[in-house]
Design a protein around this ligand. Structure first.
Ligand code: ATP
Ligand code: 9VF
Ligand code: MG
Length: 443
């Protein structure tokens, strides 16, 4: 096995490529990454394949068997002959791979045994398992350019074609779409454009998919033409401007915080929230909330700034709770708080009202309890909690060196987007490679 030439080497030796239909093409250009090989044929076709010695492409090139010669590549007889009659014991050709090239792909191949090399037939909607999301290590890139698989080259149309031919005339919508087709259509719909459960839905999958794909492409092109803003980033900017206009100072602190802050927030080791914390191996963790550092700011700024102190931070928070349509492992929180004069429940409610009126979001306030603060005012939109808000002081203030009354509220930005855009799943508005402003990116 060790002397089996890499696919890249086979292409370079042979100077030809065999398509899946066994058509022999001339090779004009060959780009290689650790995982993929991208061939530009003499006839102008661009083919991407798995860059593996064990791939079917490598086997075909080793075996020198082909069906037809591509008419458009205009291959000379000499070139075809060289391919057919090539002799692997030719002493002028060395099959020993350059050292660094040999070890890097080997590692990748090992990896590929535990996961499918080709993109699975069902289209990955949100699961980050697709091969193209694998990082490419710089050492393993063995030629000019890194071949990044464009989303459009995934075998979506091929699958549609297969389903189209296999699918019998539908009796009802329920029988009409396979689970993977349904998943694909749901991913493509930004709102309820079609009721897939309705038996009157007589359009074929391929037709529907094409229609939705065209709409989504058009929307992305319009965004590129006009606003070019990401909805999450824009919401952060809007909130930031609003709070600054209300006299709050903006803070940006570290996402990595000492693990000890979690304990000091009254979250003991056995608590649910403690189990949700992502910890590093050096006593730090990814912050699950903004309050600990805001406490430190309130304590310090109280010695410097006039009373009341009004501060806020907006940024990523992390909790191990990705289940459901309202929880993300990586979400964005805004926490605003005021300490000192005017820290009353009435002012807190008024501030929340101005905040959500500014954002155009309906809400109701409910009383709740939580382990960190005790009593909270939960801001709800239907069954969805948009925020927990608190009127201090609370006993743990002593542990943070804070000794004045305070009010504060923490909102999840992705939940605000979910409500504003009526998203079924919070992922549409989150940090993601699969959705841009709620639009599926694999089009
Ligand atoms: P829930 O009970 O819905 O899990 P929570 O009470 O644990 O939320 P808080 O600690 O009160 O959440 O955090 C304040 C706000 O941050 C929440 O009201 C919500 O808007 C948002 N938030 C919290 N956890 C998440 C998450 N995992 N994904 C998205 N947003 C979240
Ligand atoms: C209320 C939500 C303790 C005065 C520095 C800031 C608040 C909002 C809490 C958040 C949390 N608390 N997810 O605290 O404003 O901390 O649980 Si302060
Ligand atoms: Mg809460």
């Amino acid at each position: 096995m060790a002397d089996r030439p890499s696919l890249e080497r086979l292409v370079k030796l042979n100077d030809v490529w065999l398509s899946r239909k066994d058509i022999l093409h001339g090779v004009k250009k060959c780009d290689v990454s650790s995982q993929k090989i991208r061939i530009t044929t003499d006839c102008g076709e661009v083919i991407t394949a798995s860059n593996s010695r064990r791939s079917s492409s490598a086997r075909s090139l080793r075996n020198s068997k082909y069906g037809k010669v591509c008419k458009h590549c205009k291959l000379s007889e000499e070139r075809v002959g060289k391919f057919v009659s090539k002799n692997f014991s030719d002493p002028s050709i060395t099959y020993v791979e350059p050292q660094q090239k040999k070890s890097a792909p080997k590692k990748v191949e090992k990896k590929s045994t535990s996961r499918p090399v080709s993109v699975p037939a069902s289209i990955p909607v949100s699961a980050p398992q697709s091969v193209s999301s694998q990082p490419v290590s710089p050492q393993s890139v063995s030629s000019q350019s890194v071949s990044v698989q464009p989303a459009s080259s995934q075998p979506v149309p091929a699958q549609s074609a297969i389903n189209q031919t296999k699918e019998p005339v539908p009796v009802s919508a329920k029988e009409k779409f396979s689970p993977s087709q349904r998943k694909r259509l749901e991913a493509l719909m930004t709102h309820d454009e079609y009721d897939l459960e309705n038996p009157e839905m007589l359009q074929a999958f391929a037709e529907l998919e094409a229609e939705l794909t065209a709409r989504r492409k058009q929307e992305l092109r319009e965004i590129y033409e006009n606003s070019r803003e990401h909805m999450l980033a824009k919401l952060e900017r809007d909130i930031s401007a609003f709070l600054i206009s209300k006299g709050f100072i903006e803070i940006k602190s570290s996402i990595l915080i000492p693990e000890e802050y979690i304990i000091r927030m009254g979250i003991d080791k056995d608590a649910e929230l403690s189990k949700q914390v992502f910890r590093t191996d050096d006593g730090q963790c990814l912050r699950p909330m903004l309050a600990p550092v805001l406490y430190n700011y309130l304590r310090r700024l109280d010695k410097i700034l006039p009373d009341p102190i009004k501060i806020f931070e907006i940024g990523p928070c992390y909790r191990k709770e990705s289940d459901g349509s309202s929880h993300l492992e990586e979400f964005t929180m805004v926490n605003f708080c005021q300490m000192g004069e005017g820290s009353t429940r009435e002012n807190l409610v008024q501030l929340i009202d101005e905040f959500l009126t500014h954002l155009g979001i309906d809400y109701e306030i409910e009383g709740d309890e939580c382990m960190v603060y005790g009593a909270t005012l939960d801001v709800m939109h239907g069954d969805l909690e948009l925020s927990s808000a608190v009127v201090g002081p609370v006993p743990m203030d002593i542990d943070w060196g804070v000794n004045k009354p305070w009010i504060g509220a923490g909102f999840g930005l992705e939940r605000l987007l979910k409500v504003r855009h009526n998203f079924k799943n919070i992922k549409r508005g989150s940090r993601s490679e699969f959705y841009y402003n709620g639009i599926h990116t694999n089009l």
